[in-house]
Design a binder for this molecule. Structure first.
Ligand SMILES: [Mn+2]
Length: 354
């Protein structure tokens, strides 16, 4: 198995090189040298370094990882779910996965925490769910079916959204495999609405549907960053009634979230945990490229503290949703999303730290 992985890793890397540099004057000498320099133990996929391949060169995959069509042989996979058909306000998240991939070229090998994902796990980008933009129920079915296949041999899905509707069918597949899971939900909104205009499946309802179907271990659910105007005096009472811990944005202002995450880790215990991060949890000054922005949100530092605070948990899946590129011409929202996804990878079980 190790030999097969070594060979495959080599081929993949060489293929990455050829995709990236063909015809631009880099000779075969580099193709021989580069894998030796950049492959860690020759066991896992390692994205090409910008020392050898221009960042902007090649077909855009998450973190410049190799693309493969299925999750076979992978410990973790990046997957795009390009929909915005569940959104209630500004659209555009159907373009999120593409822009996150495009901006992810800035990612390198190690986190600032010392995490070394490319030395720890076999990871690749397995492309997008073949969504149906004309039918959200059919899209949910397609998502559920793909994630079942992805997880069948233990691969951990890391999702590039897409509006927040997608967490519902993903969690259906996750709970099918792991049973009811703990949930760390980072968001400006609780996303626990019942229905809008008579429709039950929207980006405002995924966690209500999850509770109804028994997909969550409700005592192990934390919602962090909630804020904004509400239709009732206490918009989060339904969450609390289910047993969720609700941490409003106001409770996060002016603070490090490291102590909060110590409590959240204790709440989650040893059971399986899913992390769902809506980019609108961050303040729109930092992440304007999203569909339902709310003022006075979290900082990117607090976002990192939350994700890094998940280290040690039994994470079985993560998503980063609601990036809407048309509302951020700088691309900084997508850069932030790409970095948060990388940090999610870095806190998965089995990741080596220096
Ligand atoms: Mn959301």
């Amino acid at each position: 198995m190790r030999l097969i992985r070594e060979l495959r890793s080599c081929v993949v890397f060489m293929r990455g090189q050829l995709v990236g540099v063909s015809g631009n004057g880099i000779g075969n000498g580099n193709l021989k040298v580069t894998p030796r320099r950049m492959m860690s133990g020759k066991t896992y996929n390692v994205p090409p370094s910008s020392e050898f391949v221009a960042r902007v060169s090649g077909i855009a995959t998450m973190a410049k990882l190799p693309y493969q069509e299925t999750a076979e042989g992978l410990d973790a996979a990046f997957i795009g779910v390009p929909i915005d058909t569940g959104t209630s306000n500004r659209p555009g998240t159907r373009f999120g996965p593409r822009q996150i991939r495009a901006e992810s070229v800035i990612l390198r090998n190690y986190s600032g925490t010392g995490a070394a994902p490319w030395e720890s796990m076999m990871v690749a980008d397995i492309g997008d769910v073949n969504v149906n933009l004309y039918d959200i129920k059919d899209t949910c079915k397609r998502i559920r079916e793909m994630y079942r296949k992805v997880m069948v041999n233990g691969c951990i899905p890391l999702t590039l959204g897409g509006d927040h509707t997608i967490s519902y069918p993903i969690l259906q597949a996750v709970a099918e495999k792991h049973g009811p899971v703990g949930l760390i939900h980072v968001d400006a909104h609780a996303d626990t609405g019942d229905m809008s205009l008579g429709v039950k499946i929207t980006h405002g309802t995924p966690f209500r549907r999850c509770v109804e179907e028994g997909l969550l271990d409700c005592k192990r659910v934390a919602q962090i960053g909630l804020r904004g105007t509400g239709y009732t005096p206490d918009a989060y009472s339904w969450s609390r009634e289910q047993g969720f811990r609700v941490v409003r944005a106001e409770e996060c202002w002016y603070k490090s979230l490291v102590p909060l995450m110590t409590e959240v880790r204790a709440q989650m215990g040893k059971g399986p945990v899913y992390l769902s991060f809506d980019i609108d949890a961050l303040d729109p000054a930092f992440a304007p490229g999203t569909g339902t922005p709310e003022i006075a949100g979290l900082t990117p530092i607090q976002g990192l503290e939350i994700v890094r605070g998940c280290r040690g948990l039994n994470l079985v899946g993560c998503d980063l949703v609601e990036v809407s590129p048309p509302y951020d011409n700088t691309g900084n929202t997508a850069i932030t999303a790409a970095n948060l996804l990388f940090e999610m990878l870095c806190v998965l079980p089995k990741i080596k730290y220096y």
